[in-house]
Design a protein around this ligand. Sequence first.
Ligand SMILES: [Ca+2]
Length: 247
Amino acid sequence: MNRVIKSAVLYISLFLVACGGSSNTEQQPTTNSPATPVLSEITTPATSVVYQLTFTRSWQNSNFPTNFPNNSHFSPVVGLTHSQPNALFELDALASEGVINMAETGSKTALKNEISTIQNEGGSNYLIDEGGISGNATSVTMTFEASQTFSLLTLVSMVAPSPDWFVAVNSLPLFNNNTWLQNQTIQLKVYDAGSDSGRHFSSANLATTPPEKITLLTSERADSDFDLGVHFTTNAHIGFIEITLLE
Ligand SMILES: [Ca+2]
């Protein structure tokens, strides 16, 4: 091999090594290397978590003036985290005794018994049993637990005084796409439990016989300001909740 050919072979060899093309001693392309796990990619979501929940009233004489009642308040908050949607109540279905008692009087005894039954049947493992919003208070804050098995949130509170009206969050999913919800604000609509036909906040008891299905509250304009659970012109809500993942 003359000098010219030797020089050419050396040049081509150096070129191929530099370009990563042919040397047996070069490193394998990174695309063939095993992926190096990044810690953030292999952490798994917590099995169970704790949320903080704040329930705030927006209901005032100024934004819902029609027949706005004296001593307006929200009854104690009752709820649960659960596995199956509509565990406690369902829109367009008849209300349970517990939901009716809560919506008419704010009583939570029967409702808590119903939640105990759901828990005994394996559909829930956490009861929310907290105060409401009364007097000069404008909000109430609480914490609750959820787990991947019981990742739906339902809670209720009576609009008081009222015939059978209540606010609710029904079956809010907290765990989606393998990820816990971090923070969310949910505006609350007013439901009619279908058990009392009173038309004003302060109407006397007037049982609905037979009971009707749960609906979003719609009223005559002279009775209250509601249409499908919100103000009929402004779409204002009478309260909201904010939930924040704590741990
Ligand atoms: Ca009613």
